[in-house]
Design a protein around this ligand. Structure first.
Ligand SMILES: Cc1cc2nc3c(=O)[nH]c(=O)nc-3n(C[C@H](O)[C@H](O)[C@H](O)COP(=O)(O)O)c2cc1C
Length: 461
């Protein structure tokens, strides 16, 4: 989701009715490959219910075809595979939300072992499933046959399901859903006009020393009161309608006043010439807010990816080419763009370019104003990065720092190295397993928002 849809997301946010009767709820789920588990965990976040994973003692084949056959055979003989553990105090729950993948148009047999080995009489059972396309109705019929003394409600087929749909299903079934914080979005130039006019404290929202005006979207929890503020920008070459808007919106839903902005010279922000990155001015963009680094642009420009072009000669050749380009730009009276993410992808493109392509060049993350989605920065823009290394005084930072990086991100070395330089016990490096660079742009199941919330709450004092 994301992109141009920050506003759409806003509209989807609704408040839960406050009066829903509070029930003690258990979410029990079976999941082989993690799809059902993800939905179960989202339900857990929405409800605060207890989560229980149904696990069999025996291991199923890891080969998919063999697994499918095993599932079929188990169903034919109505097997009841033994479970690793039972729910300790089932009697304390009124409602059991039961999640499972569809196996042969039914729930896996382990789910029936679960149902038969607990006393569910008098309880409400809410089944949901994930599947390759089948819906849940046949399974619900079978579950009703097994749970004769329970009220088994109409199930939810939860393939690609939105939180809104999950919430309304839960509410319909009298499971209370945590109040979602409604967020109001204001769009405007920070030292220009609109945001200031709407703001209760005109002119103080986001002050910068350079002229030009940063175009931003401010996300404000409607709850009000004194709020801690977070400014979000990046990735390099993206705009506020992409990853930064998503982060800003999500953190606002967690109770912060947030602001996503386009860096100077890009997107809807002011400044001439267009599409130039400036280490100085981009730092100034952040001065009045919070700074965070995911990508050391000066290092990658001066030394190449993975430091593979780290030699005096390589830098000399780059400067020579960039200076020739300056002359060329002067003659042409325009700046040559470097080109954004290549499309179509060259066959030999490294994996991280493929990740970028999957984000910037598809509906997932494309935006008309994003440089990476289109023509890219000016070629000569990288000269300043090549010549002016940032992060020189990292070791002196007294502020609390949380670095978050995907284990499989090509760029992970930037955070690992920055972390090595940092001093003090208020610094933390969080490496997220099996995660690539662009997962942290928009994957809501992976981005550790809860961790960020704790971090900001602890350190904004
Ligand atoms: C043994 C087996 C049987 C399956 N049968 C069906 C089926 O009848 N209909 C269907 O739409 N998907 C079927 N699937 C696909 C799964 O329901 C689907 O991939 C599900 O989302 C996996 O959930 P999980 O990752 O939580 O295990 C089957 C998968 C397996 C392994």
């Amino acid at each position: 989701m994301l992109v141009h849809n920050a506003r759409k997301v806003l509209k989807e946010k609704t408040s839960a009715p406050k009066k829903a009767k509070k029930k003690k709820v258990l979410i029990a789920y079976y999941s082989r490959s993690g799809t059902t588990e993800k939905v179960a965990k989202r339900m857990q976040k929405l409800t605060g219910a207890t989560l229980f994973r149904i696990q069999t003692k025996k291991k199923y084949p890891s080969n998919y075809d063999k697994l499918v056959k095993t599932g079929e055979k188990e169903q034919e003989r109505q097997a009841r595979p033994a479970l690793k553990k039972k729910v300790k105090s089932m009697s304390s729950y009124d409602t059991v939300i039961l999640g499972f993948p569809i196996w042969w148009d039914d729930a896996p047999m382990a789910v029936y072992t679960f149902l038969e080995s607990h006393n569910l009489s008098g309880k409400t059972v809410l089944p949901f499933c994930t599947s390759g396309g089948s819906d849940i109705s046949a399974s619900v019929k079978h579950i009703r046959r097994v749970c004769k003394k329970s009220t088994v409600k109409k199930g939810l087929t939860a393939n690609d399901v939105s939180n809104k749909k999950i919430s309304s299903w839960l509410k319909k079934n009298r499971v209370s859903v945590k109040e979602q914080i409604s967020v109001q979005l204001q769009i405007g130039k920070t030292n220009g006009d609109r945001l200031e006019k709407r703001s209760s404290r005109p002119g103080k929202d986001f002050w910068r020393a350079y002229e030009g005006g940063l175009e931003s979207g401010a996300y404000q929890p409607l709850a009000g009161g004194k709020l801690a503020a977070i400014a979000v920008c990046g990735p390099f070459g993206a705009v506020k309608e992409q990853a930064s808007g998503l982060y800003a919106q999500t953190m606002a839903e967690r109770g912060f006043l947030t602001l996503a902005f386009d860096p100077s010279f890009t997107g809807e922000s002011g400044g001439e010439p267009r599409y130039v990155a400036s280490p100085d001015i981009n730092t100034e963009d952040f001065q009045a807010a919070v700074a965070s680094t995911m990508y050391d642009m000066t290092r990658v420009n001066a030394r190449g990816y993975f430091d593979e072009e780290d030699s005096e000669n390589a830098r000399y050749e780059k400067r020579k080419a960039l200076n020739a380009q300056r002359t060329e730009d002067y003659k042409n009276g325009s700046y040559a763009p470097a080109g954004g993410v290549a499309d179509p992808m060259p066959e030999d493109a490294p994996f991280y370019f493929q990740d970028y392509h999957a984000y910037y060049k598809t509906d997932r993350g494309y935006h008309a104003r994003s440089l990476n989605s289109n023509e890219g920065w000016n070629v000569t823009s990288s000269l300043s990065f090549l010549n002016m290394p940032i992060l020189q005084y990292t070791a002196e930072s007294r502020s609390a720092v949380l670095l978050i990086h995907g284990e499989k991100a090509h760029s992970c070395y930037f955070s690992r190295d920055a972390y090595r330089m940092l001093k003090g016990d208020n610094k933390e490096l969080m490496i997220i397993p099996d995660t690539v660079h662009t997962d942290l742009y928009d994957n809501l199941d992976i981005i550790p928002f809860a961790k960020m919330e704790c971090f900001f709450q602890e350190n904004f004092k």
